[in-house]
Design a binder for this molecule. Structure first.
Ligand code: SIN
Length: 475
């Protein structure tokens, strides 16, 4: 259910006059039933420029606060989120489509990043370096990079914003965020709570609008922006990174994934199945770290497939974000079946087939090969392609045979193999007998075409800090 009181009306329409026609607006839909749950004024490129200017104006005061003062604001922000967890989760669930339990989890996940960076802010240390000359001293200080802009996705509408803004604000940067137009309400609630937490106006700006290209152009090219951060598809990330090059911005990109989930014959199969259900079906399969290809050693392939099928028989997942997304997922399944995969679930006579509208029936495919589109694309839906392998070398080769390099998972009881394979996987994150890899203490990020930069953990501050070297002579 959406409660309009949770949402600060966007300040990015400050130009709106009180007379004349109403400003253009865009609607926010509930993916579960397609109903309109809110409509918001459309921000355009000019609104984005104004937001950048407000963030730039706020920078001197915010970066001039002590780290402890900034930290206190972030602690309060996290506490306010937790205090409103239930209504915020209901709103998030309404605009995004994920079940309430997962939405509650996302509010806590968001608060955990704000808390983490509240804890990190006072620990932004410098360094001293022995100088080559006795008359000198070399010191290193760290300073906020300036105004940060970020574009965040609809799959975790609050957490992805909190993860970036928490780090930026802790470092002393000010921030302009562009949330996905499908899910702006959680972002606006986050902004209302930022102000309530004592974070001054201008420090956490938002631009909500559906013309992502026009707004994105401003956020990637405005000379007052020092750093740009994006979470979304690799295709869009490439374009945005290219746009950032004209003003030589620092860029961090958290892009698509194609996570292999490797199960060796010596694994604890029950634990692997538990992990797979978690890593595959969180948010109906719409996460960048979702298990995308399940590689199972030949000896246990049939047993694993059957036990997984039984678990999937009663599984219910939420809707996908919109029908376009569901059609793309069903097309990947149809393509796989056409080129030789076998559908283990749902049965051919299943009442809902592969799903309708923006709903996709959890689908299990056997006899998939790594060259099929379903294995090479980021599925972003509740589909499990099973691929068989014979030995360790083949598992590693298949797992790494993708342009992506975000998350990966492997299950085995052989501890030497666990380390060997983890070392060989070309992914930024490896779950070793572990499928719940996302948390504020850990560096989240990828390799290859999954992007660069890390979010969360102590490394998550690095992208928001300039290193300045001070050379003092005449000693
Ligand atoms: C994502 O899907 O982009 C983020 C998922 C996570 O933080 O676990």
């Amino acid at each position: 259910m959406h409660n309009p009181d949770l949402v600060a009306r966007p300040p990015n329409v400050a130009r709106g006059s009180t007379t004349g026609p109403p400003p253009p607006s865009f609607t926010v839909l509930n993916p579960a039933d397609g109903e309109i749950i809110d409509w918001l004024p459309e921000a355009d490129a000019e609104d984005a420029r104004l937001a950048v200017e407000r963030a730039a104006a706020a920078f001197a005061d915010w970066s001039g606060l002590s780290a402890r003062e900034r930290s206190a604001c972030l602690y309060r922000w996290a506490a306010l989120l937790r205090a409103e967890q239930q209504p915020l989760a209901e709103q998030l669930s309404a605009e995004q489509g994920k079940p309430l339990a997962e939405a509650l989890g996302e509010i806590e996940y968001s608060a955990s990043y704000l808390q983490w960076f509240a804890e990190e802010a006072p620990r932004i240390y410098g360094d001293t370096i022995p100088a080559p000359d006795r008359s000198k001293r070399i010191m290193v200080t760290k300073q906020p990079v300036g105004v940060v802009a970020a574009i965040t996705p609809w799959n975790f509408p609050m957490a992805m914003l909190a993860r970036k803004a928490g780090a930026a604000l802790a470092a002393g940067c000010t921030f302009v965020g562009k949330p996905a137009h499908e899910t702006p309400l959680s972002a606006l609630a986050l902004q209302r709570l930022a102000l309530q937490a004592g974070i001054p106006a201008g420090v956490f700006e938002l631009v909500t609008g559906s013309d992502s290209a026009a707004i994105g152009e401003v956020l990637t090219q405005h000379p007052l922006i020092a750093k740009f951060s994006f979470t979304g598809s690799t295709r869009v990330g490439r374009l945005l990174a290219a746009q950032c090059s004209s003003t030589v911005k620092r860029v961090s990109l958290e892009l698509g994934g194609n996570a292999p989930f490797i199960v060796f014959a010596d694994a604890d199969i029950e634990a692997a199945l538990d992990g797979l259900m978690l890593a595959k079906f969180r948010n109906a399969g719409q996460t960048c770290v979702c298990a995308n290809r399940v590689l199972v050693q030949a000896e246990i392939y049939d047993e694993f497939a059957e036990r997984l099928r039984q678990r999937m028989m009663d599984l219910q997942v939420g809707p996908l974000i919109h029908e376009r997304a569901a059609v793309a997922v069903r097309q990947l399944v149809a393509d796989a079946l056409f080129v030789g995969a076998r559908q283990l679930w749902p049965p051919a006579d299943h009442a809902d087939g592969l799903g309708r509208g923006n709903r996709v029936t959890p689908t299990l495919l056997a006899d998939v090969t790594n060259s099929m589109a379903v294995a090479q694309s980021e599925i972003f839906g509740p589909v499990v392609p099973l691929i068989s392998f014979t030995g360790e070398a083949e598992a590693i080769r298949l797992a790494n045979d993708t342009e992506y390099g975000l998350a990966s998972y492997l299950y085995t009881r052989d501890s030497a193999r666990l380390w060997r394979v983890a070392d060989a996987l070309q992914f930024g994150m490896v779950g070793m007998n572990d499928a719940a890899i996302s948390n504020a203490a850990a560096p989240f990020g990828g390799m290859k075409q999954s992007g660069y930069g890390r979010e969360g953990s102590r490394y998550g501050l690095d992208d928001y800090l300039e290193i300045k070297y001070l050379s003092m002579g005449g000693l």
